[in-house]
Design a protein around this ligand. Structure first.
Ligand code: BTN
Length: 315
């Protein structure tokens, strides 16, 4: 109901009286006033004037469930102020096409057991639950797909030269801007659900010492809202995801290659041991092709390695 009150206010250029709202929605005047006060608490700026009623002063950067649902079709949105990890919350829900978004995470997780720094109100911390009818081997493609969708989103919304560090990081000026953590639950060898977790550094971050030199945030260079990022991303993601479900992964590969920060460079791959190799291609499955120390081509699968540039986070 609160959303309906908001929609009426939004649709009205001028003041709209409590009486009109109450008649239109068949609710009491008292409940109209309760909804308005709750909306004000949520950050909506609703002016109330004696004898005239209410007027909504538009604000384009509000970041909440309603603002996202208004623009995005086909996903259920759960918006939380604080959560341990949106990925962990998502696993408990395990409902197809549900998106968990939080203002902060108290136990945000990165790859390889790392912590994902989740400063309050500064970043996008979001997890998408999916239950695709695909083979297990296909699932890691969703990491690359999400990275491609976020890259296109951020390039559309900013003028920044953002790149993909295969397969799950976005980088800007050689520093980490966003990361993706894809997790999967299997049942009898079949996919039960997949959770794609995405973190993007947006606002003015006060990074802790250990990541100060490696991390970067968007607003240092371009004013962009978390709301626009999430809305645009979910549209881009769904577009690529629907193609992927039909077996078409071409666009993702194209984006991954065009904006790759590692292709045609010497990179350090870290698995059991460290090796310096040359990244030469990304194949149609999304695997990284490298040329090793012996001059032989090798196929690197997702999640198998950690990649660094030779002299920096990525060079
Ligand atoms: C990485 O680069 O290591 C992956 C980082 C993934 C962070 C996101 S933030 C939202 C979601 N919830 C988590 O706990 N992690 C992911």
């Amino acid at each position: 109901m609160r959303e309906k009150v908001l929609r009426l206010l939004e649709a009205s250029e001028d003041y709209i009286s409590g009486e009109v709202i109450s008649k239109e929605l068949s609710i009491s005047r008292q409940s109209v006033s309760k909804h308005i006060s709750k909306l004000n608490d949520m950050g909506y700026d609703i002016e109330s004037k004696h004898k005239k009623g209410y007027k909504y002063i538009k604000n384009h950067t509000l970041y909440n469930k309603y603002e996202i649902e208004k623009e995005v079709d086909g996903f259920d949105i759960i918006f939380l102020d604080s959560v341990d990890s949106t990925n962990d919350y998502a696993k408990k829900i395990a409902k197809d096409r549900t998106v968990i978004i939080a203002n902060t995470q108290t136990k945000g997780r990165g790859r390889l057991g790392r912590t994902w720094y989740s400063e309050k109100d500064k970043g996008v911390y979001m997890s998408i639950i999916l239950k695709p009818d695909i083979m297990v081997e296909e699932a890691p493609k969703l990491t690359l797909l999400s990275a491609a969708a976020m890259l296109i989103t951020l390039r559309k919304l900013t003028d920044l030269d953002i790149k993909i560090k295969w397969p799950n990081d976005l980088v800007l000026k050689h520093k980490k801007l966003a990361g993706i953590l894809t997790e999967m639950s299997l049942e009898l060898g079949q996919i039960n659900y997949i959770v794609v977790g995405i973190g993007v550094n947006v606002g003015n971050y006060l990074f802790p010492d250990e990541i100060k030199e490696k991390g970067i945030y968007l607003q240092k260079y371009h004013d962009v809202s978390r709301k626009d990022i999430v809305i645009e991303f979910l549209k881009e993601f769904d577009h690529l995801y629907q193609k992927f479900l039909k077996g078409d992964f071409k666009k993702v590969i194209e984006i991954s290659k065009e904006y790759s920060v590692i292709l045609n460079k010497d990179i350090k791959i870290i698995s059991k041991e460290e090796r310096i190799v040359r990244a030469v291609d990304i194949d149609e499955k999304g695997h990284l092709i490298i040329v090793n120390e012996q001059g032989e081509r090798e196929n690197i699968f997702y999640g198998e390695v950690s990649i660094r540039g030779l002299y920096d986070y990525v060079d």
